[in-house]
Unconditional design. Sequence first.
Length: 318
Amino acid sequence: MEEILAVKGLEVVLKDIRGTEIRILQGVDFSIKKKESLALVGESGSGKTITARTVMGLLPERMYVKKGEVLLCGRDILKASQQELRDIRGVKAGFIFQEPSSYLNPVFTAGSQIYEAIKKEGLKGDEKKAMCMKVLKDVGLTEDVYWRYPHQLSGGMQQRVMIAMAIVNHPFLLIADEPTTALDVTTAAGIIELLKNLKESYGLSLLFITHDISLAASFTDKIAVMYTGRIVEVSHPLRMMGSPLHPYTEKLIACLPERYKPGERIKTIEGAVPDFRSLPEGCPFHPRCPYQMDICRRKEPPAITIDGFTVRCFRYGD
């Protein structure tokens, strides 16, 4: 099946004010096929959002790609000019941000912002407006939302407007960066159901960013677990939830509240994600790992393949 996105050996660094290079992403590899969904899972600070922004050519100031490839529909976007990137965004890949209220312009109506997102050339004004009305319906909003301002919409409605802007050009890939973060449980469930439906009706490939491995397992085709800018495990959701390979994945699953009876103490992962400026030698997870061995403190484990799935851990392989 055709690959829509292929990230190969991606390394991203941050140059601080002193000129020191801090490695943020290292050796990131994953791919998403046509109409396939992949969830990128990990704690805050693991590198998920930076990975997504790299795919869109939206890295923050002082961050840059040191090596690797990001192939979107076969085109390496790391070699694209700024104008080419602007042409790619929205057409080949759409992006849904965490906080819609921060990205929707408060002085323009929802409809005008969707209208401006349309990149297809040669359309008349009434044709563009018709596209806006259709996409509003597709994301579960009524036509009157077209004339409403962001402050007149609930958080869930704002997120649906953001989704409409992301899909109005029928992109091949949709990137959703923690799209339910600021929403209540019921509204969040509605957004997830919407993404599932749009994936089918629009034939989308989906890169879903989340810290919730249980949510990822509920509707995506593959899960890639990130820790300190590295992908430490890639697997099928059922396989991962039932038989996790990496100790970090195992601990993420052990922390899920639904695995405990009322009144039981929920486990947590001891320690914290280390600062990128002072990563431990060897495997970055070894200070928090119950299975650590001497080699874990000296060397970083390579990625190995087991039954078609990938893991970085010295407990496997020769």
